[in-house]
Design a protein around this ligand. Structure first.
Ligand code: SAH
Ligand code: SF4
Ligand code: F3S
Length: 453
């Protein structure tokens, strides 16, 4: 059915040299969906541009995780009014997590007449139909049906020729009280392991050097499937695929980071010795209010186990400051925790109220200035930790996947080490996309500097 629309569009677009601009916001799962959207557009005969003003089709693939992300998108869509006035044939679409909320659809209908298409997170394969119907009706066309086609099989038009992300599951069942994701992405659905393994094998054979397995909580991979692998088993199977490549994954929920998983990470030589383990808070009372289902003590057991087996094991985390009514003491518990764990890096956010979530119903008495102040304090503490932590690499050899030219330093290449540390080094551009060994000569609080050996 949908195939027909692809063919129809191909005929309509034929000879018109239509360029598409697809911009994804938010997490890597969304970026991966953006690559599928590009895959579908490519099949209708479109090419791509990174300039909206050159495009015949513009798609904003949105994120709803924080209010600031949503407002930014509305600002950008607003600014498209001018382009639409200059080119009435321009097709503007909005996809991604923001579309799953009725209020956003209503706001688009009411205040953004320049939008032609709204494409729900489970409706990616309906894109050709929506474009076709819009061309017929010249009205806003939308499909926000849930779970219509959760694992759209469109071939991805990948941004990189050496780093590939592979979604292994969609949705989330955890309902952390602050989080909108379960509402906009639905319940957990895993892809069959055979499909994942064959996709990874193909990517490795094509020369991809880094495979990033994606899910909102990869540790619960397979729980919804009968007779399929668990996540640790999947990791071990992917590790057996022949070739020189590195395996990463995100995100892991601490409540499900069991010994079986940690052993698989430690024992599989291709799996990066780095874990992104979002802790969110260092206070048990806040963790309880967040419905995270673990305690600080349990979390630290996981950290201790990893570091007892591999003292250099790298950890990163996400932290929310200013959860409703978080006290100074509770915040200080978070500071204490990050000092204790010594993360290589933290991603910290001020709590953002998301309507529809449980936490949004809590009356919050903490002023915004207090929250901003806490965020600054946390970043200061972490800066000092990262600085000290990165210094441990000086004089050591590091294996790095070179991934581009440094934006900060002329003549330098940049890349990520196995431990997920940014490394900058001098080298020829032809090395981009390859593994190089460097000797670390210096460090900063955001990266290390080295020389290729
Ligand atoms: N599934 C992933 C996280 C997805 S969202 C996980 O559980 O690890 C990425 C991060 O955004 C979260 O880890 C959290 O730190 C942050 N986040 C989610 N909802 C938020 C909110 N309402 N306000 C502020 N930060 C939020
Ligand atoms: Fe959100 Fe929690 Fe699910 Fe992560 S695990 S996506 S934070 S509900
Ligand atoms: Fe944002 Fe949706 Fe990802 S809300 S963080 S883009 S799953």
């Amino acid at each position: 059915m949908e195939l027909n629309y692809k063919e129809k569009l191909k005929q309509i677009f034929s000879g018109k040299n239509i360029k598409a601009y697809v911009h994804s916001f938010g997490c890597q799962l969304n970026v991966s969906d953006g690559e599928k959207i590009k895959g579908i557009l490519k099949e209708t005969g479109c090419s791509f541009t990174d300039k909206p003003e050159d495009a015949g089709i513009i798609i904003f693939n949105t994120c709803a995780v924080r209010e600031s992300a949503e407002e930014r998108v509305f600002g950008i869509i607003g600014s498209m009014k001018k382009l639409k006035a200059e080119n009435p044939d321009l097709i503007i679409g909005v996809s991604g997590c923001m579309t799953a909320q009725e209020k956003n659809l209503e706001r688009i209908k009411k205040s953004y007449p320049q939008v032609d298409i709204v494409l729900g997170t489970s409706a990616i394969s309906s894109l050709p139909r929506l474009i076709y119907e819009h061309l017929e009706s010249n009205k806003l066309e939308y499909d926000i049906s849930e779970y219509a086609d959760f694992s759209c099989n469109a071939e991805q038009v990948r941004e990189s020729s050496f780093k590939a992300s592979v979604p292994i599951m969609f949705g989330c069942n955890n309902f952390c009280t602050y989080c909108i994701v379960p509402y906009v992405r639905g319940r957990e659905r895993s892809r069959a392991s055979a499909d994942i393994i064959s996709e990874v094998t193909q990517l490795v054979n094509q020369g991809y050097k880094e495979i990033m397995l994606l899910g909102q909580n990869v540790n619960s991979y397979g729980k919804d499937l009968e007779n399929d692998l668990t996540f640790p088993e999947l990791l071990r199977k992917i590790n057996e695929i022949e070739g020189d490549f590195i395996i990463r994954f995100m995100s892991s929920h601490p409540k499900d980071a069991k010994k079986e998983l940690l052993d698989a990470i430690l024992e599989c030589e291709k799996v990066a010795k780095h874990l992104h383990l979002p802790v969110q808070s260092g206070s048990n009372s806040i963790l309880k209010a967040m419905n995270r289902n673990y305690t600080v003590e349990k979390y630290l057991e996981t950290v201790d186990y990893l570091r007892s087996r591999d003292s250099g094991f790298s950890l990163t985390t996400d932290i929310i400051v200013g959860f409703p009514n978080e006290t100074d003491e509770e915040f200080q518990d978070t500071v204490k925790l990050i000092k204790q764990v010594e993360y290589d890096n933290i991603y910290s956010f001020i709590y953002s109220k998301r309507s529809g979530t449980k936490a949004s119903m809590i009356e919050d008495s903490t002023p915004e200035e207090v929250k901003s102040h806490r965020l600054r304090e946390l970043l200061e503490v972490q800066k000092e930790i990262s600085d000290r932590h990165y210094r441990r690499f000086i004089g050591k050899t590091m294996r790095v996947l070179a991934d581009g030219k440094s934006k900060k330093r002329e003549g330098f290449l940049t890349g990520k080490s196995n431990e997920f540390i940014i490394a900058e080094f001098t080298g020829d551009e032809s090395l981009i996309g390859q593994f190089v060994n460097i000797k670390v000569t210096d460090s900063m609080n955001w990266a290390v500097t080295g020389k290729i050996i």
